[in-house]
Write a protein that binds this ligand. Structure first.
Ligand code: CA
Ligand code: CA
Ligand code: CA
Ligand code: CA
Length: 269
């Protein structure tokens, strides 16, 4: 600025006019160049003066977390992070969990999120955490971020039958394919393959049960072979266990009892 100042003090001459024009252009360029960094410059001056200028800003958002429902208590599942452009206490960031405190906790200093209780997808398959980041200025500045947690299924439920014992009766002259029992039903609280059930009949070489078959998907029991080929006076009932097995790895299963009486023509007479 010394050169320009001494030039301006000269008498107005052609040279002086040129210099003034150059000075004006130069200053204009300087102003333009400073526009981009003007904000930062102001911020730095404010920071050095002790003002709490910046609000903490979370990085890497939006957040999304997936966790298996059988994760042990105390496991780390995610870490949030926020930055603050101030110095000292004005820029020191701490974290607070505002929502989701029953099952989760956040480390005040690191932003590390851990489980603090057992999770159960069958109770809730999704939880929205709200984490606040605040600095230690006076007054402090803060911001809140959402951390959606999706709880993924584990095969932790065995099938449950609607009854302990299923009973039915069928005439010994029934044709092959005729339904002998259609009430078998089991429910599995898991989802996907962990809840896909297949049914099977298990018996101790019961000859009547040999003539029946169960549909593995529907659980419907039908006549597979003619029940009374030899015209027996009485046919003992089919007493078996029905097993429902899910498609989990490893699979889980449950058992109920099945009793199917065979009514012969002699029983009716
Ligand atoms: Ca700050
Ligand atoms: Ca569960
Ligand atoms: Ca489950
Ligand atoms: Ca299951």
């Amino acid at each position: 600025m010394g050169i320009f100042s001494s030039t301006i003090q000269c008498d107005i001459s052609l040279w002086g006019i040129v210099v003034i024009l150059i000075q004006g252009y130069f200053l204009q360029e300087v102003r333009a160049a400073d526009v981009a960094s003007l904000h930062d410059t102001v911020q730095r001056r404010l920071n050095t003066s002790g003002a709490n200028e910046y609000t903490p800003q979370f990085t890497g958002t939006p957040y999304k977390v997936e966790v298996l429902e059988n994760i042990p208590v105390g496991s780390a599942i995610f870490q949030v992070s926020a930055v603050d452009g101030d110095r000292g206490e004005n820029g020191r960031v701490s974290y607070v969990l505002l929502q989701g405190t029953q099952n989760f906790e956040v480390d005040e200093n690191t932003g590390l999120i851990k489980t603090r209780s057992f999770l159960d997808r069958e109770m809730a398959d999704h939880e929205m955490l709200l984490v606040e980041a605040h600095d230690h200025g006076t007054p402090h500045k803060s911001t809140v971020v959402k951390v959606p947690v999706h709880i993924l299924d584990v095969n932790d439920n065995a099938p449950v039958f609607s009854k302990d014992i299923y009973r039915s009766g069928i005439w010994d002259g029934s044709r092959v394919g005729q339904v002998a029992m259609r009430q078998i039903n089991a429910f599995d609280a898991d989802v996907g393959s962990n809840a896909e059930l297949s049914y099977s009949l298990v018996h101790s070489n019961n000859p009547t049960c040999h003539n029946l078959s169960i549909d593995p998907k529907s659980g419907v029991i039908r006549v597979a072979h003619q029940l009374n080929e030899e015209g027996a006076f009485h046919i003992s009932p089919c007493k078996a266990s029905v097993i429902a097995t899910d498609g989990g790895v490893p699979p889980l299963s449950s058992t109920a009892k099945v009793i199917i009486e065979i009514v012969t023509i002699n029983d009716i007479i």
